[in-house]
Design a protein around this ligand. Sequence first.
Ligand SMILES: [Zn+2]
Length: 319
Amino acid sequence: MSVGADAFHPIDACWVCGGRALTPYHTLRFELETYRNDDQDHELAAYSGATLRLVRCRQCGFGQPEALPALTRYFDRLYDQRHDEHWIDTEFHASYKDLIFSSILSELGRRVLNANGRRRLLDVGTHAGRFLTFATRAGWDAEGIELNPRTAAYAARHAGVPVHQMNAVALAAEGRRYSAIVLTDVLEHIPSPLELVSSLASMLEPAGVLAIKVPCGSAQAMKEATLARLTSHRATLADNLVHVNHFSPHSLALALDRAGLDATVVTAAPELMPLQPFSMRAALSNTLRLGLYGVARAPGGVRTPLALHLQAYGVRKRS
Ligand SMILES: [Zn+2]
C-alpha cells in the first residue's frame, strides 16, 4: 500500500525569498518500511515508495522540496527514535564534532564582547549536551534547548546546566535574552526555516550573535552527482525529507538578513573520525577533510564546491 496524490501539500514559493520560479533538480525517495516493524507507525510507513522533487529558487539559489507530507506531525513521527541511555552516552562522549564546536566557540569569543560581564549562550537542539560542556568550560553562561525528553534530561545532568524541553518559539515567548545562540546541524531539518531563525534572532541581546552551521546544499548536490557518475552511489541526502533546506552561501546570508541580522558566511569546519584506536583509514580521511577545509576557507573558497558545510554568524542589526 502506498500513498495517493493528496498525501502531499504543494509549496509554491521559496521559503527564503518568496520567489516563485522554482526549478526541479533532484528526485528524493521515501523509504520508511522499518516503521512497519512492531506496529510502530503504519501511516508513516505508507509513504514508502513515494518520490518528491527538490526544486531550486532561481532568485536566491535556495533548494527545498516541491511539497510536504500532509500526514499530521510527519517530522515528529520520523524522529520518534527511542534513544536508549547507552546510545545517548556514546553520543555525549563522541569527539567527531569537536573541531566544529571549538571553532564556533573561538569565533563567538572574538565576536561577542563581554560588556556587562555576563555572556549567556543558548545551544538549540542541544542533543546529548557535549557542546554545552565545551561552552561552559570556555566561560559561557550556557543553556540548552532540546525537544527529545531523554537527551534533554541527559544533557542537563551531564553538562550541569539548564536544558529547556520545548521548542524555540515557546522559549522566545518567555522573553529570554542571550548574547549568543548556536544552531549546529539543525536548521537543514526544519521546514519554513525563516520562522525559527526569526524567533532566535528575537532572543538576541543588542549586538548578540547567532551562529548557524548547515550543509551547503549546492556543494553537496555536486558532490553526490560526481559520486553517482563515478560509482553506483545514489544521492540519498534528502530521502524521507531528512534534509528539507538546501542552502547556498547566498541564500543562507539572505535568510539571516530577512531575520534582521547582518550575516557573514564562511566554510564550516569538518567532522573528523576518531583516531583512538588508531586507524589508517580514519587518519587519511581526516587529512583529506582538513586539507579541503584549508583550501575552502581561503578568500572566496566558500563559494566553491569544496565548501561542503557552511557556518554563518549573524549580528543583530541596530534598529
Ligand atoms: Zn529564493
